[in-house]
Design a protein around this ligand. Structure first.
Ligand code: SAH
Ligand code: SF4
Ligand code: F3S
Length: 468
C-alpha cells in the first residue's frame, strides 16, 4: 500500500507523467442483475469522476439504483475540503454497516479525496473492516479490477504520487445536454489552507488535441454545452512542452462550434489579457466568470499564499467587467482564517461592496491536517466566525438579488435542461451568465436554447416565460 505523505508532497520532484490510452474491455454479464448505489460529495471534479465510476460499474453489468438497501455495491465518493466531510463519511458508513449486517455479500467502497488521506485510510482499516474496497483519486481506472479481485481482506489502492493522464475514458454522463470535460488534473498552487494539492496531486494537463477530440465527439452526440474543468484552468498547459495556453485552448474549443463553452475554476493569478479578449470576442464562450477572492485583506491573502493583493484583484475584476459585455462574476470567500482581525474582515466586505458579485460561496475556515495553515494558531472563536459569515452572507445575498432584479422584464437565452421541481408545467435551465431560471410552458424545449422573458427575480433563482 502506498499512502499519501502530506509532508513529502510539497517537496516532490516533478514526475514524468505518462499519457496512457485505455483500451481494456470487461464482460458486462459478470454482475448481470446486480445493482449499484453511488453517492457523491464535493466539487465538479468529483461529480465528473462519479460519471466515470458509474460507467466502470456498468461495464461489469451493474445497473444503477437510488435505494441503498437494494444495492449489491455501494460506493461513496468523498470530499475532504472541510472538516464536516468527516462527519458525512462516518454518518454514511453507519448506514452501510447496517445494510451489510442484513446482506453480508454487499460490497462497500470508499473513494475520492478522503481516500487520499492517510488518517482516514488507517481508520477505515482499523475500525471499519466491513468496508471492502478503498481507492484513491489516482486509481479510478483500477475499479473494475478491484471489484473482480475482491477477497475477504480489505482491498486498498491509493497512490500518493500524482497519477498519469488517461485517455479514452468512458463516462455515464448525468446530462445529455451539457457535459464536463477535464482539461487538467491536480493543482500546483498550494494555497496554505487547501487540501486539494495533496488529495489530487500536482497539476497534469491533458493534451489539447485529446480535449478537442472529446468536445467534437460531444458536439456530434448533440451536446449543447461543455464546461472545461480544472482547479486552476488558466494554468492549463504550463506543465507540458509545446502546448496551447488556456486562451488558445478556449479559442480551439469555441471553434468546434459547440453552442456554449464554460470553464471552472480560474485563479486570479494566471488570468491573462488574452483570456479576457478570447472570452469577449467569442459569442459561444459564456460571459460568466467564477473568480475566487478568498479574502479582501492583503495580510490574509499573503498568509493564504494567494499571490495577489486586494488592489491587483480589483484591477483584474474591473478589466473583466469593462471588456466582457454583461459579464457575471461569482466568487468564493473564507472567513475566520487564523488571525483575521475585524479590519481584515472589513477589507473583505469592502471588496464585496465594490464587486457586487452575482453570487458567492462563503465558508468558515476549516483547518485541514497537513496543510501549512493548520499549524497557524486558530485564534478566532466560533461565535465571531459565525457572526462574520452571517454578515457576509447578508451582503452577498443583497447584491445577488439586486443583480437578478435588473433582469426583470428582460429577454434572456436559457438552455433548458429538464423538468423543474417548482411546478408541474415548469422546466429549468441556465442563462448565459449561469443564473438558474424556472420557465413555464416550455416542456417540449428540453435540450434547446430558448428566449425567456424574466417575470420575477429572487436571490438564488429567476422565474420566466418562454417568448412566443
Ligand atoms: N481551485 C479553486 C477552489 C477549489 S476548493 C480555487 O482556487 O478557487 C473550493 C473552495 O473551497 C475554495 O475556493 C475555498 O473558498 C474553499 N476552501 C478550500 N479550503 C478550505 C478550508 N480549509 N476551509 C474553508 N474553506 C475552504
Ligand atoms: Fe486549493 Fe488554491 Fe489549488 Fe484552489 S488554487 S485548489 S484553493 S490550492
Ligand atoms: Fe472536495 Fe476533492 Fe473537490 S477535496 S472540493 S472533492 S477536489
Amino acid at each position: 500500500m502506498n499512502l499519501p505523505d502530506i509532508k513529502e508532497a510539497r517537496k516532490r520532484s516533478k514526475k514524468e507523467v505518462e499519457h496512457i490510452y485505455l483500451d481494456q474491455h470487461y464482460d458486462n454479464s459478470t454482475f448481470k442483475n446486480k445493482k449499484y448505489f453511488l453517492r457523491t460529495y464535493g466539487c465538479q471534479m468529483n461529480v465528473h469522476d462519479s460519471e466515470e465510476i458509474a460507467a466502470r460499474l456498468e461495464s461489469l453489468g451493474f445497473k444503477e439504483t437510488e435505494e441503498l438497501d437494494d444495492a449489491d455495491i455501494i460506493i461513496l465518493n468523498t470530499c475532504a475540503i472541510r472538516e464536516n466531510a468527516h462527519d458525512k463519511l462516518y454518518g454514511f458508513l453507519g448506514r452501510c454497516k447496517h445494510a451489510k449486517s442484513i446482506d453480508k455479500n454487499k460490497i462497500i467502497g470508499i473513494c475520492g479525496c478522503m481516500a487520499q488521506e492517510e488518517g482516514v485510510v488507517n481508520e477505515l482499516m482499523k475500525k471499519h473492516p466491513y468496508v471492502d474496497i478503498v481507492f484513491g483519486t489516482h486509481n479510478i481506472h483500477e475499479l473494475q479490477d478491484l471489484i473482480l479481485e475482491r477477497s475477504k481482506k480489505q482491498n486498498i489502492r491509493v497512490y500518493s504520487c500524482e497519477g498519469d493522464v488517461y485517455e479514452n475514458i468512458e463516462y455515464k454522463r448525468d446530462s445529455s445536454v451539457k457535459a464536463w470535460v477535464n482539461i487538467q488534473y491536480g493543482c500546483d498552487k498550494f494555497c496554505t489552507y487547501c487540501i486539494v494539492p495533496y488529495t489530487r496531486g500536482k497539476q497534469r494537463s491533458r493534451k489539447s488535441k485529446e480535449i478537442i477530440k472529446e468536445v467534437k465527439d460531444l458536439v456530434k452526440k448533440g451536446y449543447k454545452e461543455v464546461t472545461l474543468l480544472g482547479q486552476n484552468v488558466n494554468a492549463y498547459g504550463k506543465d507540458l512542452e509545446d502546448e496551447l495556453s488556456f486562451a488558445e485552448l478556449l479559442q480551439s474549443v469555441a471553434d468546434t462550434g459547440i453552442e456554449r463553452v464554460r470553464f471552472v475554476t480560474s485563479h486570479p493569478w494566471d488570468f491573462t489579457d488574452d483570456m479576457i479578449d478570447t472570452i469577449a470576442k467569442n459569442d459561444n464562450i459564456m460571459n460568466y466568470i467564477h473568480l475566487p477572492l478568498q479574502s479582501g485583506s492583503d495580510n490574509i491573502l499573503k498568509r493564504m499564499g494567494r499571490r495577489y493583493t486586494k488592489k491587483e484583484y480589483l484591477e483584474l475584476f474591473n478589466k473583466i467587467k469593462d471588456r466582457i459585455e454583461d459579464v457575471a462574476v461569482t466568487t468564493d470567500i473564507i472567513v475566520g482564517f487564523p488571525n483575521e482581525t475585524e479590519e481584515d474582515f472589513n477589507d473583505t466586505l469592502d471588496v464585496v461592496n465594490t464587486c457586487k458579485y452575482d453570487s458567492a460561496f462563503t465558508f468558515i475556515y476549516s483547518p485541514r491536517e497537513g496543510t501549512p495553515a493548520a499549524k497557524m494558531e486558530d485564534n478566532i472563536d466560533m461565535k465571531t466566525k459565525e457572526e462574520r459569515l452571517q454578515k457576509l452572507n447578508e451582503l452577498v445575498n443583497k447584491y445577488s438579488l439586486e443583480n437578478n432584479k435588473k433582469l426583470e422584464g428582460k429577454i434572456v437565452k436559457v438552455l433548458v435542461e429538464g423538468t423543474s421541481e417548482k411546478g408541474e408545467n415548469k422546466v429549468f435551465g441556465y442563462t448565459e451568465t449561469m443564473k438558474l431560471v424556472n420557465v413555464s410552458n416550455a416542456k417540449e424545449d428540453i435540450g434547446k436554447i430558448i428566449d425567456v422573458k424574466i417575470t420575477d427575480a429572487k436571490s438564488f433563482s429567476l422565474d420566466g416565460e418562454k417568448c412566443k
